[in-house]
Design a protein around this ligand. Sequence first.
Ligand SMILES: Cc1cc2nc3c(=O)[nH]c(=O)nc-3n(C[C@H](O)[C@H](O)[C@H](O)COP(=O)(O)OP(=O)(O)OC[C@H]3O[C@@H](n4cnc5c(N)ncnc54)[C@H](O)[C@@H]3O)c2cc1C
Length: 431
Amino acid sequence: MIVIIGAGLAGLSTAYHVAGVPYRLFEKEKEAGGLCRSYQMDGFTFDMTGHLLHFRQAEIRTLVESLLAGRLGKHIRRSFIYSHRTYTEYPFQVNTYGLPPEVVRECLLGFIATLTHPSAHSTKPEDRSFKAWILENLGEGMAKHFMVPFNEKLWQVSLDELTSDWVSWLVPKPDLKDVVNGALGIKDKAFGYNPSFLYPVQGGIGALPKAFLPAVGEITYGCELVEVDTGRRRATFQDGHREDYGTLISTIPIPELVRCCTDLPRAIREAAAALRCVSVYNVNLGVARERVSDKHWIYFPEPEYPFYRVGFPMNFSPSLGRPGCSSLYVEVSHQPTEVTAPAVLLRQIREGLERAGIFRTEDDIIVADVRDIRYAYVLYDKHRARVLPAILEELERRGIYSIGRYGRWEHTSMEDAIAQGKHLAEKLRAT
Ligand SMILES: Cc1cc2nc3c(=O)[nH]c(=O)nc-3n(C[C@H](O)[C@H](O)[C@H](O)COP(=O)(O)OP(=O)(O)OC[C@H]3O[C@@H](n4cnc5c(N)ncnc54)[C@H](O)[C@@H]3O)c2cc1C
């Protein structure tokens, strides 16, 4: 018997693809979807911050397009950076046109210096810090005016503490021609990992996990895994229910899984407990004014704004809110141990949005909902690089596969979660 823990996209995809092999799927919440759930409040549909579909794997794109056939809208990205009281297009490195001339000059000269004085690149990516990667690849100007302040706001740690083994697909390294064109305002191609994206026309991103459900067997909801006896291969849930398994597929955060596995060696338990992540306050707002912004989302590197990103869901899908209104998701990073009262957070956010010219003083916020995403972004640091392979290996030796964004403790997308479930199911069906 296969036991699957967690009905987010990774768990749902596993169940969907494992068809024919007996399995049971347990989820601690009352519904499926994990981070890709959507919810309704006073005429607005909100996601757990922006969840946009972009694909690099044709097989997963085909699967999602068939699950949501006729129900996906395609959008050409309108994402911007707001700094120096100016909007410039994302990504920063090829769009400095419009910033104060001295800023553009620093960015250009810094980038040129990375080409004329390249570093030896002698270290492996997991040994080179993210800060060193930025300086080596983009130069001092781009580091100072966007990459370092933005990323330190997002990650909540010095970038010297992070490794650079995850950046290559997320942070594109441009050519000199593209950087110069970007400084002069010449546009001749699209950049970044998501120049266009897909998004459900109705129902928010929650439409995607829901689309898996008809082909997935029964899910046991409200059932939280609390203990695993890896020797006996027995999972115990909070309500006392026990389930024996041959193979356990866990999609819950790996530190939580390892905490449940009380018979693992102490070194593995300590290593998993020391994995680090950053949490995000997801603040969803409904405001009584149409089209407070014409953009999809905006990045905020400067410290005077408490948020690192703000998005406008009704610009992906007008059905997500009431006519004559706008909706926003506002993302504020924090250390998992740091707590800010919702009222304080909402005041700081309102002030920041007014300073940025997105809100007007007379704007009426008609809906405000604060949710804390405890595990939002995992930190790629030297500890992670050193211990993660050993933790995963030890679990697999005991018949436990840990998959998904937090199961593998990585910075990956919905597409990757679906792909991991599919590939593991195919492997198990073949054995
Ligand atoms: C702020 C933010 C923005 C993002 N934006 C995008 C985006 O634009 N595009 C994109 O592609 N991806 C985006 N992602 C990533 C995307 O959310 C994830 O890749 C994907 O949802 C991961 O799915 P999962 O199944 O691995 O994990 P999860 O969705 O976390 O699912 C795990 C499931 O396990 C359940 N669970 C946890 N503990 C237990 C337990 N003890 N017992 C039983 N069940 C348990 C949870 O309730 C949950 O349902 C974003 C992520 C964040 C944090």
